[in-house]
Unconditional design. Structure first.
Length: 133
């Protein structure tokens, strides 16, 4: 049993994450201001209550996506894989909001990204830099 568990840990560590086609918001940095991402004939506006975003400090994510409801959203490390942090989106007026927070990193700065899945579209990726001083 221990050998099986150890084998699974090694497999998970050595297997690269699966990638999908995405719309990348670069050079936008959500930690510096709102990001506008084109989506068909319209655009999605994503903003954070905190600028800059800091590790271990909650922030409110606001997503304005006219006439479309996100099916899933999460935060993941872009410069280093640190797992997925789920975002529980709730509708507030015409927007979708969720509270997010990222963990501390041993590096001086780390790029994270919010991934938003929308029906009928490729996932949107919104990067942000966390540089705690």
């Amino acid at each position: 049993m221990l050998a099986l568990l150890l084998g699974l840990v090694v497999y998970r560590t050595l297997t690269p994450p699966v990638t999908t086609q995405v719309h990348d918001a670069t050079p936008c940095d959500l930690s510096q201001g709102a990001c506008r991402l084109p989506l068909g004939d319209s655009a999605v506006l994503v903003s954070s209550s905190e600028q800059p975003i800091r590790s271990e400090s909650p922030f409110l994510l606001r997503l304005h996506a006219p006439a479309i409801a996100p099916t899933n959203a999460y935060i993941e490390g872009r410069s280093m894989f640190m797992g997925r942090i789920p975002l529980l989106l709730r509708q507030e007026g015409g927007d979708w909001v969720a509270e997010g927070m990222v963990g501390a990193c041993t590096h001086a700065g780390m790029v994270w990204q919010i991934v938003v899945e929308l029906p009928g579209h490729s996932p949107l990726m919104i990067p942000f830099l966390v540089a705690d001083q």
